[in-house]
Write a protein that binds this ligand. Sequence first.
Ligand SMILES: Nc1ccn([C@@H]2O[C@H](COP(=O)(O)OP(=O)(O)OP(=O)(O)O)[C@@H](O)[C@H]2O)c(=O)n1
Ligand SMILES: C[C@](O)(CO)[C@H](O)COP(=O)(O)O
Length: 235
Amino acid sequence: MSEPRIWAVLPAAGVGRRMGGPLPKQYLPLAGRPVIARTLDRLLALPAVHGAVVALSPEDNHWDALGYRHRKPVHRVPGGAERSDSVQSVLHWLAEQGGTRDYALVHDAVRPCVGMAELERLIDRARDERGGLLAFPVRDTLKRDDGDGHVARTVDREGLWHALTPQLFPVMALREALAKAGEAGLTITDDASAMEAVGGRPRLIPGEATNIKITRPADLALAEAILVAQGGTGA
Ligand SMILES: Nc1ccn([C@@H]2O[C@H](COP(=O)(O)OP(=O)(O)OP(=O)(O)O)[C@@H](O)[C@H]2O)c(=O)n1
Ligand SMILES: C[C@](O)(CO)[C@H](O)COP(=O)(O)O
């Protein structure tokens, strides 16, 4: 029997409401190369990653124009209404293609600054049933508001982490967890929260604050500065 493979799973079917503008943010140029192409380049550079599956909006008319090519396989599937639906669509496809023993390395298409060291750390430490996610501890003092623009109290930040992507889980376990969370009507903003909802305790693997998600316009300049600092703006 062949070894289980790791697939990069890229939810890329969002419209970028907070970014605004006509072009979805995953296709915006970042230091001269589209965001999604930079993200794919980094994930596919990992020897442990077999290939990628990208979830695109059914209305997407930008992917083909991108002409993304790689020596590893890159597949596309239709995404869904929510990020979790897009991830689920990829997992269904992988299961249908015989990937029931494989792993999903789920990564936002709009996190192009993910570093090779943190990627390798996640794969080294979380390639098992428990799985894991990149994250970093909350550094700032946290305030709870009173709903009227004033501080109600300061929140203890001890033990709180920012959840990043990638997040690494077995394809079938994540598929089942997302289905159960959906049936229960839970709001699932990341893949780990679906695993948690069915009793999982994913590993927190130290990630970098530079692994930002491009969400708002100012994030583009920040991402470019991070790429320059990493020495990684080459197209
Ligand atoms: N129905 C959706 C919604 C989001 N995503 C993807 O999930 C990632 C993280 O989501 P987010 O930053 O929230 O992207 P958008 O949904 O595009 O942004 P916004 O919430 O501002 O509209 C992005 O790569 C986005 O394309 C997806 O595949 N399918
Ligand atoms: C998946 C994610 O990027 C982890 O931080 C995040 O949960 C997406 O959150 P958003 O609020 O939908 O942008």
